[in-house]
Design a protein around this ligand. Structure first.
Ligand SMILES: Cc1cc2nc3c(=O)[nH]c(=O)nc-3n(C[C@H](O)[C@H](O)[C@H](O)COP(=O)(O)OP(=O)(O)OC[C@H]3O[C@@H](n4cnc5c(N)ncnc54)[C@H](O)[C@@H]3O)c2cc1C
Length: 444
């Protein structure tokens, strides 16, 4: 009697580097690997751990230089030839792939909760931290998980209480003398220690100078994805993924980015992009204090002194309640004087588009938009600004927008609450005159 042969497992091979072809593109293969089988050497070429490689071919697909290939041992080659010759169905490979996917899902399930980094300088929290707790609350509710804040610093325990009042269920705190001033090494270690121990699925940070430095370092250390300068954060509840939206390709499209196979999912958001939640002094939460093993000798940098500069750079356009903003249509630096005058009467600050900055009419610190500041004033008056997407992303969340433009099709009118089609050189002087006649004065 003929015996039925057992189904044989089709070998998948292992990835390997083809000598001399790698162009050090920036570790795309490493990022794509779902099982962390790739490390980069000092030449930024991949070194593949054969034990870990599952032959999934993801690295091969993303390599822009065709520098990777699949190889089989002589025994595997023979087996492959035999299976192909015998016309056996490819069931085993599918099963193996499913196993890998399941393993990946199980790993991801170990990560839970939404975390917000509370950025502080000398014990004072940056407002962006509380804004992030606002959006963090929505994300945590959508996922049905806890919202936590984490605070690093020296004598910063009172910030934990503040975080509860802005809605955190839990606060993780590392209070240590080496964290008195921000230094990448000490803050990186503190953050990575916390994340590795408690495994949050989402980590949010402010896209400030400090936040940008720390977020990039943490994502690199944890080999996870980071989407910088997000303008929108939502949850795909079916897949439990963070949808990270930000302008891309010079601001011409809005891209929604997912971190599908790595944890935590990391995103940074600029100040004033998200609304700040209400402060509720009655809210309480759980404080978790973590020890920290780092000494000054482990940190090569020393902070000798903090010198604050008082100059044009001290202008805080992001915090101003009224902004009078000018664009290329203002034609000259001299013409900005009428915007200064208007701003003075109504207690506003003068800002502008990138064109106004490029022309040298206003300082860069006053630029609104993608490469300038994001603002959210009570009133934004856009004078002779067309409303390019790179400008809109920086101001479209203002409470009330008045746009003055002589072109009725200008995109700024799409976000304006009040649109005036006309010539700024007629409208602004007449507005100033009317305000003066009415005795309007700026309220401090
Ligand atoms: C990567 C990248 C980043 C960028 N970042 C920024 C950014 O942060 N901020 C930013 O603003 N831009 C940014 N830009 C530039 C942006 O694309 C636009 O070029 C810029 O915003 C246009 O500035 P504007 O509206 O002043 O000038 P224009 O687009 O030239 O518009 C001038 C407007 O003035 C109107 N006008 C002219 N004369 C009068 C008048 N007498 N009365 C009334 N209206 C008049 C015109 O109808 C026109 O609509 C960026 C671009 C790129 C590629």
């Amino acid at each position: 009697m003929e015996q039925k042969s057992e189904k044989r497992k089709k070998p998948r091979g292992k990835a390997r580097l083809i000598e001399g072809k790698c162009i050090a593109c920036g570790a795309r293969c490493q990022i794509s690997c779902p099982v962390d089988a790739i490390e980069m050497n000092e030449k930024e070429e991949p070194v593949i751990d054969i034990e870990k490689c599952i032959g999934c071919r993801k690295c091969i697909k993303v390599c822009p230089a065709d520098a990777l290939e699949i190889f089989f041992t002589p025994e595997e080659k023979k087996l492959l030839e035999d299976i192909e010759a015998s016309d056996e169905p490819d069931v085993e490979t599918d099963e193996e792939e499913n196993e890998d996917k399941t393993r990946l899902k199980t790993d991801i399930k170990k990560w839970n909760g939404v975390w917000v980094f509370v950025e502080q300088v000398q014990g004072k929290a940056h407002e962006v931290s509380w804004e992030l707790l606002g959006v963090g609350r929505t994300l945590a509710n959508d996922l049905g998980v806890e919202l936590a804040a984490f605070v690093l610093g020296d004598s910063v325990k009172p910030l934990a209480h503040e975080a509860f009042c802005y809605g955190a269920d839990k606060v993780y705190l590392i209070d240590h003398p080496t964290l008195k001033f921000y230094r990448t090494i000490s803050y990186l270690k503190g953050t990575v220690d916390l994340i590795n121990k408690f495994k949050p699925e989402i980590v949010l940070m402010g896209a400030t100078g400090l936040g940008r430095d720390l977020a990039g370092a943490v994502a690199t250390e944890l080999k996870t994805g980071l989407t910088a300068d997000c303008t929108g954060l939502t949850i795909d509840t079916r897949m439990r993924l963070l949808e990270q939206t930000r302008p891309a390709f010079g601001g011409n499209i809005m891209a929604t980015i997912l971190t599908e196979t790595k944890r935590p999912q990391m995103a940074s958001v600029r100040p004033h992009v998200m609304p700040k939640p209400e402060y509720n002094s009655g809210l309480k939460g759980e404080l978790i204090e973590e020890p920290f093993a780092l000494s000054e000798e482990d940190i090569p940098t020393r902070v000798l002194e903090i010198i604050s500069t008082v100059s044009e750079s001290a202008v805080n356009i992001a915090g101003a309640k009224i902004l009078v903003s000018g664009g290329r249509g203002m034609l000259s630096r001299d013409n900005f004087k009428m915007l200064d005058e208007l701003a003075e009467i109504i207690g506003g600050v003068v800002t502008g588009s990138r064109c106004a900055v490029d022309e040298g009419w206003i300082d860069h610190v006053r630029q609104v938009g993608q490469t300038g500041k994001t603002v959210r004033p009570k009133l934004y008056i856009a004078c002779a600004i067309s409303g390019a997407i790179q400008h809109l992303v920086g101001m479209q969340d203002s409470d009330y927008i008045i746009a003055i433009n002589k072109d009725k099709t200008a995109p700024i009118f799409e976000v304006a609450h009040l649109g005036i089609v006309g010539d700024v050189f007629e409208i602004i002087p007449s507005l100033i005159e009317k305000l003066r006649q009415a005795g309007v004065k700026a309220v401090e």
